[in-house]
Write a protein that binds this ligand. Sequence first.
Ligand SMILES: CC/C=C\C/C=C\C/C=C\C/C=C\CCCCC(=O)SCCNC(=O)CCNC(=O)[C@H](O)C(C)(C)COP(=O)(O)OP(=O)(O)OC[C@H]1O[C@@H](n2cnc3c(N)ncnc32)[C@H](O)[C@@H]1OP(=O)(O)O
Ligand SMILES: Cc1cc2nc3c(=O)[nH]c(=O)nc-3n(C[C@H](O)[C@H](O)[C@H](O)COP(=O)(O)OP(=O)(O)OC[C@H]3O[C@@H](n4cnc5c(N)ncnc54)[C@H](O)[C@@H]3O)c2cc1C
Length: 639
Amino acid sequence: MEGGDHLAHERKKAQFDVEAMKIVWAGSRHAFEVSDRISKLVASDPAFRKDNRPMLSRKELFKNTLRKAAYAWKRIIELRLSEEEASKLRFYVDEPAFTDLHWGMFLPAIKGQGTEEQQQKWLPLAYKMQIIGCYAQTELGHGSNSSKWWPGGLGKISTHAVVYARLITDGQDHGVHGFIVQLRSLDDHSPLPGITVGDIGMKFGNGAYNTMDNGVLRFDHVRIPRDQMLMKVSQVSREGKYSQSNVPRQLVYGTMVFVRQTIVADASCALSRAVCIATRYSAVRRQFGSQNGGPETQVIDYKTQQSRLFPLLASAYAFRFVGEWLKWLYTDVTQRLQANDFSTLPEAHACTAGLKSLTTAATADGIEECRKLCGGHGYLCSSGLPELFAVYVPACTYEGDNTVLLLQVARFLVKTLSQLGSGKQPVGTTAYMGQVEHLMQCHCNVQKAEDWLKPAVILEAFEARSARMSVACAKNLSKFTNPEEGFAELSGDLVEAAIAHCQLIIVSKFIEKLQQDIPGKGVKQQLGVLCNIYALFLLHKHQGDFLSTGCITPKQAYLANEQLRALYSQARPNAIALVDAFNYTDHYLGSILGCYDGNVYPKLYEAAWKDPLNDSVVPDGYREYIWPMLKQQLRTARL
Ligand SMILES: CC/C=C\C/C=C\C/C=C\C/C=C\CCCCC(=O)SCCNC(=O)CCNC(=O)[C@H](O)C(C)(C)COP(=O)(O)OP(=O)(O)OC[C@H]1O[C@@H](n2cnc3c(N)ncnc32)[C@H](O)[C@@H]1OP(=O)(O)O
Ligand SMILES: Cc1cc2nc3c(=O)[nH]c(=O)nc-3n(C[C@H](O)[C@H](O)[C@H](O)COP(=O)(O)OP(=O)(O)OC[C@H]3O[C@@H](n4cnc5c(N)ncnc54)[C@H](O)[C@@H]3O)c2cc1C
């Protein structure tokens, strides 16, 4: 079948209002309209073509990224785009670039840690891109005194950096502080005296994250003017005297709280993109299973395909909603900080760190699973999945290695439990710890599979599992005379307790979302199915935790799995419409397998011929290497 909508029959099966779901996914009608308009603007502009990326050398690739970034900036100015629209435009251009760090970390660091005066000086320059900045924290080796290594945008482009370094005055070490440092001349881009700077080299995957100039930086007797130390948290006077404002020192790390929150939102984008590709292709692909000469089975109808794909579809929605909530939490903590209320900072840190860890790990694994769900064709660059994986997977490492971040959450949980004894009532995401006595002995009362559809039943099972795992860790820790030694020894268990706590947050925020007024025929019902799939999939995957802590019985675990199978059948007719609700253009998806019309095979065939290897029938190198070999074989055969 040529042309037309090959997925039309699937779209007709939808039992809900897809247009209404698009608004829910975008977050609001306004967000939907901006996103829709800007994604189409990018898709229709040939300057933003990206299908040639895997074929380009590093130098070509990098120059191409600079061209796109400059062109994007030109369009932003010409069209007088708002900050929101400009950020959407960069998102849909879909190419990691120095601008991510300029807008995503350099500017937020100055906003969060600079004094009013410093902000007035630096922000206008940065907003107009008269200076370009990056965020230089990580070192080549351990410590904060070797060479900076990794910062994106540093290698070749940034003129300035926020550099994290130890502050020493009068021989006294005051710990790590942020400094604005000019790196390159604003006239000819050469490094300033005493500064060595360059790119750290090729990274994983062709194309992929190699559009970014992650860099190395060394200083040799470089003098930074005093007023370029970011001084909101602590100050050095003209006389060299060090003082601290009446704010927690942890605010120095505030940019990380902000960026981790954006990374959670980004996880839902990357995962939904992979899921959209795999779902559409699973409906197009037919393989075996035909009876009486009828059409072969669509692979999406295999239960095994559903049990791998639908939890990922549900996770994409779950991450979307927890990301929305995290944005609210971040806004709330920021407003409180401005009013000198620092009480919710530890929770905001734990939530952003833990959810960054969980969502990026699940997304990276999910993209790879989507590749496998597409069979052999998933391995082709034209499926879009190899590049998506290569670009995405460092999210498990940057902005804090995922295990290190879970250990931060574990510390927060142990501290919360230890404060119960002194009568401090936990609030927010740890409020359930206030009922720890009940949660330690409660029994799940599921008797039939449908009982698992009750939100209160699911919540109590997840709360009991998390509380019991944290309490077990706390009890074991108390057996050590040296707490740090105990923490190190038990770190494996602590990480698992942190995962259980963060999964509870995601499940509970999905349930809370469903308690809101959600307009549109059948929309809430479909989200309910996805919420239950997400929760019961986690319960099934981690049933060892639930069983070993005595939160559920083996029979109840069996019933949860039975209910999960029934939910997959409910999701099946809606699967294509649920991924259409992401409203991705074919340009953004960048995948033949995921194209909207499902006309996959002719497009794959056509794309193959565009590969540079097919420019000639006889390849370069034939005369030099193959022809002599063939002749050699001929002689051997004659002998
Ligand atoms: C393609 C991109 C796609 C999408 C993203 C979208 C937009 C984002 C824009 C750009 C992103 C693009 C590319 C990625 C860029 C990546 C940039 C980086 O990687 S920057 C480097 C980040 N490095 C880390 O994250 C290091 C991890 N380590 C830590 O976080 C450590 O905690 C620390 C901050 C180094 C401090 O370590 P230290 O040992 O000194 O202290 P402790 O850990 O013991 O903590 C002491 C105390 O402070 C509390 N705390 C720690 N961190 C924070 C924080 N961030 N906020 C608040 N409080 C914090 C901790 O809980 C302890 O508290 P206490 O127990 O004492 O009460
Ligand atoms: C693509 C990319 C972009 C980046 N961009 C930037 C940037 O713009 N600016 C910037 O400053 N940095 C950047 N980084 C650096 C990034 O933030 C660090 O790589 C990250 O924080 C991890 O630190 P590390 O590399 O030192 O890993 P390590 O800390 O060396 O981790 C190695 C292993 O040790 C384990 N480990 C480490 N510490 C502990 C512990 N305490 N307990 C238990 N296990 C532990 C980890 O789990 C991991 O398995 C980027 C990195 C990448 C890959």
